[in-house]
Design a protein around this ligand. Sequence first.
Ligand SMILES: CSC[C@@H](O)[C@@H](O)C(=O)COP(=O)(O)O
Length: 358
Amino acid sequence: MPDAETIRYRAADKGVPAAVDLLDQTRLPGEVSRLVCTELSELHDAIVRLVVRGAPAIGIAAAYGVTLARADASATPQQVRQSYRDAIDYLATSRPTAVNLFWALDRMRGLVDSVRDEAISELPGQLAAEAARIHEEDRVMCREMGRHGAELLRGCETVLTHCNAGSLATSAYGTALAPIYYLHEHGHSLQVFADETRPLLQGARLTAWELSQAGVPVTVCTDSMAGGLMRRGMVDAVIVGADRIAACGDVANKIGTYPLAVLARYHSIPFFVVAPTNTFDRELESGELIPIEQRDEAEVRHASGHVSGPMTVPQQAAVINPAFDVTPAELVTAIVTEQGVIEKPSAAKIQQHFAGNA
Ligand SMILES: CSC[C@@H](O)[C@@H](O)C(=O)COP(=O)(O)O
């Protein structure tokens, strides 16, 4: 795993404001630098710009972000609560698809709503502690997903992954990359194909960077190569993360995941999804109800995914840029959570998984 921590937090101390310190993922792999956010708007912007990204990491960063809200020293308990509620509502507008964001913010809201007037001065400390718990719980869940997922990959030599669902997308270790790290630590190194992942290249820039740092053999392929590699028998399994999983097992993940699942089915290759239970949105019956983020068209129009890069699309042509797609449950071989494996996911099996571990 990379040495650099994805998210760090510094509590407010002696007049120095609290800070959320992020590894700046927009600059990787060329530059390893950090962005320190002390203002809510800075953190909101960091989530929008993908300085911090990946469903679990967005949730953790936002939870810490709530502590950046400030109320006047003279504020009443009601006003203090309101300033935190406003911060939570504001952070919830940063990105719409990863449900981990809303899950983490709901936990923070629970604390704000339950604090008594007499204990209001303790609220900032309690919020920082809750965010740290969310962060620590994610570390534990990632390890567990690694352990469970490794069982599914034992017979494999090569896997293909899409986007980045590794250490950079979580507290550490990752979701889809967790079984790969687990096996590597136990002496079995898989050969990983990292899909480049257009338009923002999370696979080429981030997955390839973090796996290389860990000494895991990784080969970057463009998104359009996946089918050809499968046809040539070069991929034993596909393994990806998720941003939101509906009650029936439909999976929203980075755009380009659905075609991989179709290709995997055609080539009789298992298609695994690895995600913690807080990535499930059991209130949504179907994946069609998952809100899909539409991002700036500049990401598609320019080679670097940014207006500073050379144009790759003529100005007159329209472009679309949905950041995620939905893979129907029927194409998913298994979903791995921190609690175990759901084979051939369905509404009933998912319900059972949650009930069995309640
Ligand atoms: C463990 S991260 C799972 C997903 O969040 C990941 O696969 C993904 O799609 C991330 O998209 P991004 O737009 O980079 O935040």
